[in-house]
Design a protein around this ligand. Structure first.
Ligand code: 76R
Length: 246
């Protein structure tokens, strides 16, 4: 049996994608629309964590047909994430939102490249990554992925040393985009349908394409990665959402 790598987990993540049901929205009375807009303001402010230690939240407008909005939450307690979902569902705004996709995962760092660092050091120096603030970048890209288990391309049958080497090269490519792209890797084995969620943040969508394209040629992705749907969008202030609806 090949040996699993130790992972360190941080905050839980919920990527809550919603679609606006325009037919339903147009069918609402003026009073109902106002109630939905009011609910939106109170919900978005309820989603804001009371302090940076309590969690983080970002609202995004998603491009294309797969979703309209992304409510992206990171929180220490998964129960809070559940409360947020139902808060939105029960509110007057929930009436006009459907739910094309969601993803539940937990911020994950693996120890492939962390030789000689003590558990304590990892926790202090990496706290910022385990408990991430939403980066101040206008664009987001989210997708789930697996590591392949097929014939000789079975990630889970490779040795720890092979995986370490592959992740080292992966990290080298990734690091070239250090300035342009901030990545949050969340693990979801046993939590959702894929094995990892990848959330990337940048100033415009092009670096997502460049980075992901370059990684496709790297063995860790070329041989071992399978991808789910990609969602790309831009940060939305609550007043922009009001404008979008009104
Ligand atoms: O954590 C670190 O920064 C150390 C190096 C590193 C690890 C261990 C790293 C760096 N990643 C790691 C783990 Mn990554 N990453 C992805 C994707 O699209 C694809 O082909 C793959 C999706 C991207 C775009 C990306 C970006 N990474 C992982 C893992 C867990 C694997 C495991 O545990 O088995 C996955 C699934 C994954 C996927 N990665 C980086 C990046 C970038 C940009 C970096 C460099 C970060 C920096 O130096 O700023």
């Amino acid at each position: 049996m090949s040996e699993a790598i130790e992972t360190i987990e941080g905050w839980y993540a919920l990527h809550d994608f919603r679609r606006i049901d325009w037919t339903r929205w147009r069918g609402l009375s003026e009073t109902e629309r106002q109630a939905a807009l009011d609910a939106m303001h109170s919900i978005v402010s309820a989603y804001q964590p009371s302090s940076p230690d309590a969690g983080s939240f970002g609202l995004y407008s998603i491009l294309g047909h797969k979703a309209d909005l992304l409510f992206c939450h990171f929180r220490p307690d998964p129960k809070t994430l559940g409360e947020f979902e139902t808060m939105l569902d029960k509110s007057p705004l929930g009436l006009v939102l459907t739910r094309p996709y969601s993803y539940f995962s937990v911020v994950e760092l693996s120890k492939y490249l962390a030789r000689g660092i003590s558990e304590d050091q990892i926790h202090t120096t990496l706290k910022r990554r385990l408990e991430p603030a939403i980066p101040d970048r206008p664009y987001v890209c989210f997708y789930p992925m697996n590591k392949r288990r097929q014939g000789s391309d079975n990630w889970y049958m490779t040795t720890r040393e092979e995986r370490r080497e592959l992740m080292k090269n992966h990290g080298i490519i990734g690091h070239k985009y250090h300035e342009d792209v901030i990545q949050i890797i969340t693990g979801s084995q046993g939590l959702d349908d894929w094995e990892w969620g990848v959330t990337l943040f940048a100033n415009d969508p092009l670096p997502f394409k460049k980075l992901i394209y370059e990684m496709r040629f790297d063995e860790a992705s070329a041989r071992f990665a399978d991808f789910g749907p990609f969602y790309v969008g831009s940060r939305l202030a609550v007043q922009d959402l009001a404008q979008l609806l009104s």
